[in-house]
Design a protein around this ligand. Structure first.
Ligand code: SAM
Length: 380
């Protein structure tokens, strides 16, 4: 692939990226010349001290501040205020506790705590599980003085609300490609000193998973390449096992399986983000780009269901936020800037349609507010 033409990184950042690349090349060499893509993705995002989420890159924020992308809680407190209406409803059925995964800058935690307080539905505990040591520090600075604790793993027997906003899309995926009657795994090798895709016959884990997808969506055409989020599915099963009572809200960009593995989506959904430019070359400046895949929400709902959770709702971010009273919140504090923010959150051309909200839970028998209109569980 040709290198994308994007803003220059600093000499220090380039040197760190080269150190990470050397480490990955050594991994590939000691694995016999090839590693599966999930190992590559794990390294570029989370390798201690060098991976994108494990080093000091700016990440969140607008282009001027040197950020790479902006998430909904960074765009506007309206996002947390609407989500708080949904969480307050769940708090009426279980312990008023929140467990947030991958809290980024901490903006969602701050705004949720404020919004729940303002509604008279204060959270009794707010815990964060964050893989990135760098972001954990940043969250601690933003949330100093608030009732927040950091955990290394989800607690067993958790009761309350689990939130994961844009977390599933940064969980490592395995890539596959159909070639005639056979299925291959696309992994990473080194050619002339550079990373390159290389294929191996799919193993006993990947091949049956692709066959299961094809049973659902029909035979995939020759040359069709995509990915499977085994890590996100395993994470969902872990949460399901730990959740004694309550709801997990997974908010992310993605589709139901039939749309995800649509025959026309020939190259999968791998996407990189660098200073507000999206590109598709995962080998360009490893460690300096966010590397993501869309979420197969059917896979997540199935994993939750198999682990004993009920699928409580699935809809677009726009429907969810509107059902939760986003427009009332907007009217209560209307400014031109807030109206623009609301537009970014709900417009079909921005985050409103591509982003989805999936709710799965245990012991909740009221219809959830966020899905009263426009629920699409039947599409999963
Ligand atoms: C794209 S950022 C989203 C941050 C934040 N939720 C937001 O919306 O602004 C992804 C976050 O998920 C974290 N993360 C990824 N996998 C995780 C896991 N298995 N457990 C906890 N955090 C994780 C990353 O370190 C990062 O903070």
């Amino acid at each position: 692939m040709n290198a994308p033409r994007l803003p220059q990184a600093s000499p220090e950042a380039l040197a760190a990226s080269e150190r990470l690349a050397a480490r990955i090349r050594a991994q590939i060499e000691s694995a016999g010349g090839w590693i599966p893509f999930d190992r590559y993705m794990e390294a570029v995002l989370y390798a201690p001290g060098l991976g994108y989420y494990a080093a000091g890159a700016r990440k969140f924020g607008d282009a001027r501040s040197g950020g790479d992308f902006v998430t909904a809680p960074e765009i506007s407190p309206l996002f947390a205020q609407a989500l708080a209406a949904q969480i307050a409803q769940v708090f009426a059925c279980c312990a008023p506790r929140i467990l947030e995964f991958g809290a980024g800058s901490g903006a969602l935690a701050r705004d949720l705590l404020d919004a729940l307080d303002a509604r008279g539905a204060a959270a009794e505990r707010y815990a964060i599980v964050e893989l990135s040591p760098d972001l954990r520090e940043r969250q601690a600075r933003l949330l100093a003085g608030r009732p927040v604790e950091w955990l290394d793993a989800p607690p067993a027997g958790f009761e309350g609300v689990v939130v994961a906003n844009e977390v599933l899309d940064v969980m490592p995926v395995r890539l596959f490609v159909r070639r005639g009657d056979a299925v291959f795994e696309r992994g990473v090798a080194v050619r002339e000193g550079r990373f390159a895709f290389a294929e191996r016959p799919a193993d006993a884990h990947l091949a049956p998973a692709v066959a299961a997808i094809e049973r659902e969506v029909g035979a995939l055409p020759d040359g069709y390449a995509s990915e499977i989020g085994f890590v996100a599915q395993a994470w969902t099963r872990t949460i399901a096992r730990q959740l004694a009572r309550g709801v997990l809200f997974a908010i992310d960009y993605g589709f139901p399986r039939r749309e995800y593995y649509h025959p026309q989506r020939l190259m999968g959904t791998i996407m990189c983000h660098y200073r507000h430019h999206a590109h598709a070359d995962p080998f360009w400046l490893p460690g300096l780009n966010d590397l993501t895949a869309h979420v197969d929400f059917t896979g997540i709902a199935d994993a939750a269901h198999e682990a004993g959770l009920d699928v409580l709702g699935y809809t677009s971010q726009a429907h969810f936020l509107l059902n939760c009273g986003l427009l009332d919140r907007l009217q209560a504090g209307h400014t031109h800037a807030r109206a623009n923010e609301a537009h970014r959150l709900i417009s079909e051309a921005e985050m409103g349609e591509l982003f989805k909200v999936l709710a799965v839970g245990r012991g909740i028998d009221v219809p959830l507010l966020g899905f009263v209109r426009g629920d699409r569980v039947h599409t999963l």
